[in-house]
Design a protein around this ligand. Structure first.
Ligand SMILES: *Cc1c(COP(=O)(O)O)cnc(C)c1O
Length: 346
């Protein structure tokens, strides 16, 4: 553990001593009776931060996405989302299994345009087409390397959605990072969307939890789906206290993670024979590709790096992801880059 530099994900962080103390001291109650004061406080605080009427705790971001899709669509509908979005790639087909919808992936590099959305929406009432009822935006976009979706494009996308009668959902598991990277407040990033998901278990460093925010009526519907899917909890305040602590102490420091990701990415781009577009390194994620000519593939690189104490994820056969977080320092990121450069040169 001591010398290990774990860049697999920002989910690997350990709760700090202060966070554990806040958890131990949390007032709790039965959240399914609405009686958990810490969860209620977290939901109210996040509703305000995100500029929405109400908010609902969920144990994971995956469940937040499932509940959002179930709340905003009907089985058989089609959802338009960005290519390689989490809901399409990382949830074991949950969109189909739990919400009964199919996802139409458009765009690339974590982005799509309002025009691409317009072109993707299937004509209504056509005998053979599913009904397109929802557009989802992922900000920041995980598989595209943590890129921030430009807010002017978000505004255009959501305007087209309203014009075409589509609901809007923001998978903002890392919306905190987008806010810190752009300087735009969370409520401004969330404003164009009906439902917004955020996660406490990524860069904020809490041991678990996500949340959906939106209008009261939609959150009430989401609450019923949460219970139906088995995601309603009881003395949840122990988790909520960790999230509240994270909002107080771990939000502003995300800028350090972003700077550390740049350190790692710039060292790799300068010295390793990899494809790495530095323009994509906007937050805490570094995704790079191994050219076909290179004898190493991603799983082999990841295995060799692990032997040297550096953990990164093989994100595809020739795609590698490294993520910075509150448990890795700048010096460790520089050291990890040196190890990767050495392995790639060999
Ligand atoms: C991690 C992540 C999720 C899912 O969160 P879990 O808590 O791991 O289920 C959803 N969306 C995005 C963009 C993510 O990065």
């Amino acid at each position: 553990m001591t010398d290990r530099i774990d860049l697999r994900s920002d989910t690997v962080t350990q709760p700090t001593a202060a966070m554990r103390a806040a958890m131990a001291a949390a007032p709790v109650g039965d959240d399914q009776y609405g009686e958990d004061p810490s969860t209620n406080r977290l939901q109210a605080r996040c509703a305000e931060l995100l500029g929405k009427e109400a908010a609902l705790w969920l144990p994971t971001g995956t469940l937040a996405n499932q509940v959002a899709l179930r709340t905003l669509t009907r089985p058989g509908d089609e959802v338009v989302a960005c290519r390689e979005s989490h809901a399409a790639w990382h949830e074991l087909g949950g969109a189909a299994a739990n919400a009964g919808v199919q996802i139409h992936e458009i765009g690339q590099g974590g982005r799509f345009s309002a025009d691409e959305l317009r072109a993707a929406v299937k004509p209504r009432n056509f005998a053979i087409f599913p009904t397109t009822t929802l557009v989802e935006v992922e900000n920041t976009h995980n598989r595209a390397g943590g890129v921030v979706v430009p807010q002017p494009e978000v505004l255009r996308i959501c305007a087209v959605a309203r014009e075409m009668g589509l609901a809007t959902f923001l998978d903002g598991a890392r919306l905190w990072n987008a806010s810190v990277a752009t300087g735009l407040p969370l409520h401004e990033l969330a404003a164009p969307f009906e439902l917004v998901a955020v996660a406490f278990s990524k860069g904020l460093g809490a041991p678990g939890g996500s949340l959906l925010a939106g209008p009261k009526a939609l959150i009430a519907a989401a609450d019923r789906h949460r219970r139906r899917m088995g995601g309603a909890m009881r003395q949840n305040g122990i988790f909520a206290a960790a999230a509240l602590h994270a909002l107080d102490h771990h939000l502003d420091r995300l800028a350090e993670d972003h700077a550390n990701a740049r350190v790692l990415a710039e060292a790799l781009a300068a010295a390793a024979p990899v494809q790495l577009d530095l323009a994509t390194v906007q937050t805490n994620i570094v995704v790079f590709h191994l050219p076909a000519a290179l004898p190493l593939d991603a799983p082999t690189l990841s295995e060799r790096a692990r032997e040297r104490g550096v953990l990164v994820n093989a994100f595809g056969a020739r795609t590698v992801r490294a993520v910075t977080h509150l448990d890795v320092t700048r010096a460790q990121c520089a050291r990890a880059a040196a190890v990767l450069v050495e392995l790639l040169a060999a």
